[in-house]
Design a protein. Structure first.
Lengths: 236, 296
């Protein structure tokens, strides 16, 4: 009897934990961290591997599986400590732990009405800013960033801008020209050099010489407008 | 690859003189159990590459290293046909009487004319001995190569048109390292367990120095670690990592110094800072300030 109850409790605890982990994944997503279904599956696989763990192990497990950008670590840490701050007895009915001999049964599982946002940091009511945000019908990060003062950007926004710039920079830095240059490990065979080299071996083509496309130098024109009409934009 | 708990991983690493925190041991434990690659990121010199070496030693595994660089391609990373040898074979076959065309073709596209590069070697390493595949500084490779890695790390198999599909009989433990000179593509990151190796705390670094630099006095080791910790707070182009701390501690030991003072630091500053601009920023006032804050 006691073994059955223990098994039930374990199953129930695992169920509650799974549900909470899933909620946490959704919370990360809601806060801009890319958490794919594959990562969630991997997290659950990892949870099966570590049965008895410390809080530190649990943190590492979730971090290793759910984030992949060093810039997301701080946000992850904040959300983790806010979300996993301890048992939430009032909202989640946990398995009963009173005396085993009284044959108590597990309470029925109450369907959770948990929103995926964190409980509001200001004890309940949304503040004015949040009301304004809720009133906005559409959201486009690109449009917002077009008019953003760099000096007032949050770290997450700076990271997004950094990624955009890096994408642009890579495209510009890898602009392929039509010209080719000799290179040992390259996709294109250089017939002229190959034939010339073959003369060393009595006309036998022993070695295939290759060439690759050159990276063209991107020419940039940077226009710096310092006229009065630009006063409204931030100074650097 | 058998370690049955996080503690045993941590102890195993400690036995190889690698002072690891529990988080790193957890990630390694998970990687071994889930058979997933690990992506280690962190500043240069914090011990990312060392993790792979230590793991190989711990597991008695063969370490195969692929050093990434700009322009690294499949031929250099996976396999290449030995073209001069193939040509030679054809010539010999032609000189022989009545060569059979199909047979020659079959022969020159067989495994003996294939030059195995690190990735193929890792896939083909046998069941008997485990393999640790270190793909070092993946951020230095091109995006095309990343896409190719993605394919390899998903299925651990490759197709060579002339030979067929080669699948790993035993999955290697894969460690990718990145210094974040650029962001790795998300698709590749998703295949890996992510772990950030930060600069160590004073206690951890002190333990590392005492473990790795045999014969160093407690007082000097403590001073070195505190000094490096203070230097990391400065605005340098390249902050000193653990590798620099160890180099410096060894240098001081060989020079027979027992404590830090301004002349000693100035003489050996090249062990800690590797850029002229950074060395130029260090002046006597800064050194005095830092030295004054060192605990005994």
């Amino acid at each position: 009897m006691q073994t059955e109850i223990v098994t039930d409790v374990e199953e129930r605890a695992a169920e509650v934990l799974s549900q909470k982990v899933l909620e946490f994944c959704h919370l990360l997503r809601a806060n801009g961290i890319e958490v794919t279904a594959g990562r969630i599956i991997d997290t659950f696989r990892a949870l099966r591997v570590i049965h008895l763990f410390q809080r530190e192990d649990f943190y590492t497990l979730l971090e290793a599986n759910l984030i992949s950008h060093a810039g997301d670590r701080e946000l992850f840490q904040q959300l983790f400590h806010q979300f996993w701050r301890g048992p939430t007895w009032t909202t989640v009915p946990d398995p009963c732990l009173p005396a085993w001999e009284d044959g108590c049964t597990l309470p029925p599982q109450v369907p959770q009405q948990h929103t995926l946002q964190l409980e509001k940091r200001h004890n309940g009511e949304p503040d004015d800013n949040e009301k304004i945000q809720q009133a906005v019908a559409m959201y486009s990060p690109v449009e917002i960033l077009h008019r953003k003062d760099f000096g007032k950007m949050a770290e997450q926004e700076l990271l997004r801008v950094q990624r955009l710039i890096m994408t642009l920079a890579r495209q510009m830095a890898t602009n392929v020209s039509r010209r080719k240059k000799a290179k040992a490990k390259a996709p294109f065979i250089d017939p002229g050099r190959t034939m010339r080299r073959s003369l060393r071996y009595g006309g036998e083509v022993i070695e295939l010489l290759r060439r690759e496309l050159k990276i063209g130098k991107t020419k940039m024109v940077v226009l710096c407008d310092v006229s009065g009409s630009m006063e409204c934009t931030p100074g650097f | 690859m058998g370690f049955d708990s996080i503690e045993t991983v941590q102890e195993g690493m400690r036995a190889q003189d690698y002072v690891s925190d529990r988080a790193l041991a957890t990630v390694i434990f998970l990687a071994m159990k889930l058979e997933k690659p690990i992506l280690l990121e962190g500043e240069a010199g914090v011990g990312k590459t060392e993790v792979a070496k230590v793991l190989a030693a711990m597991l008695g595994a063969k370490l195969i290293r692929l050093q990434c660089y700009e322009g690294l391609d499949v031929n250099t990373a996976l396999y290449e046909w030995n073209f001069p040898r193939q040509m030679l074979h054809i010539k010999i076959a032609e000189a022989a009487t009545s060569p059979i065309r199909d047979q020659i073709e079959q022969e020159i596209y067989s495994m003996q004319y294939l030059i195995k590069r690190p990735l193929l070697e890792a896939l083909q390493s046998g069941v008997a001995q485990p393999t640790v595949l270190l793909i070092d500084e993946v951020d230095r490779s091109d995006e095309e190569f990343e896409a190719f890695l993605l394919e390899i790390l998903s299925d651990f198999q490759i197709s060579i048109p002339e030979i067929g599909t080669i699948k790993a009989e035993r999955l290697p433990l894969v460690i990718l390292t990145s210094n974040r000179t650029r962001e790795i593509h998300d698709a590749l990151k998703r295949r890996c367990l992510f772990h950030w190796i930060d600069y160590p705390t004073f206690d951890k670094e002190y333990e590392i120095v005492r473990t790795k630099v045999l014969g160093i006095e407690e007082h000097l080791a403590s001073q070195v670690c505190q000094f490096v910790e203070a230097m990391r707070q400065q605005d340098f182009y390249k902050r000193p990592g653990v590798a620099e701390t160890l180099d410096w501690a060894r240098a001081l030991l060989y020079l027979g110094r027992e404590r830090l003072d301004i002349p000693t630091i100035e003489e050996t500053l090249g062990c800690v800072l590797k850029y002229k601009e950074d060395i130029d920023k260090v002046h006597d006032d800064l050194l005095e300030t830092i030295l004054a804050t060192l605990r005994t």
